[in-house]
Design a protein around this ligand. Sequence first.
Ligand code: DDH
Length: 287
Amino acid sequence: GEATPKGPFVPTQADYQKVYDAIADRLANETDYDDGSYGPVLVRLAWHASGTYDKETGTGGSNGATMRFAPESDHGANAGLKHARDFLEPIKAQFPWITYSDLWTLAGSAAVQELGGPKIPWRPGRADGDIAACTPDGRLPDASKDHRHIRAVFGRMGFDDREMVALCGAHSLGRAHADRSGFDGPWDFSPTVFTNEFFRLLVDEKWNQRKWNGPAQFTDKGTSTLMMLPTDLALVKDKAFKQHVERYAKDSDVFFQEFADVYVKLLELGVPFKSKPEDRFVFKTSE
Ligand code: DDH
């Protein structure tokens, strides 16, 4: 018969699930890192790629993946995220049709799910930009600051109080590294499992200023092995924030649902989708 003309490759949900599965496999196999998982640093890469969004100018956000370039890759807030970008290079080589900006956000969704968190529905549609689209330094939050700074930075992205607190629950995962941010230590006892433990500890533990030469941070009275950043404690010092911290500490299901909704929103800030929200894919988590 007639040879069918070959158009451009149009990936389907099944193709994106293959990318998800490859990320999940690599997460399961590359355990010689930090507390045994690259998952937390992937969650942070997706967040820092997206959290540069400015609703007034429509600049920044995950569309573009401009953190591939200096100066953005060298912004202080992005120290250490090269580990996450490098982790994803073999995936990009295996699926060259996916853009970096779709890959980084898909990896954030995959990491939350693979670490035991809620489903993070995701859709493609991001294009990689060039160096001219790099955002100016200073758009991501500074951990040494207070509640006013949190509201200013996340308000610029378009989030309300409830969403700000839910997003910060990602600190259930991973740790701070003295050679990256200057801060040091994990927030909770299970840094590779997504839970509401961050909120429970904020409410239940007594947090004292750590005595050390590093930047001001807090340590738990109980074991002295955990840490909180000044911005984390701002979530219980501010009454309006604290009300949400208490809700999430009490009810893990509520936290999972509200976190999922707002992390989806974060990953989509400023992206000029042709698809609709109801077209999002819900990926199968690995066994
Ligand atoms: Fe964060 N975060 N984050 N964070 N973050 C750090 C690590 C991780 C702030 C500062 C820091 C979010 C919000 C804030 C994750 C996810 C998210 C570190 C340590 C600092 C500092 C970095 C290092 O030394 O390696 C501040 C300030 C805020 C704020 O809200 C004011 C949000 C919204 C998220 C998200 O994902 C939705 C994750 C995960 C990590 C652990 C990374 C790792 O390597 O482990």
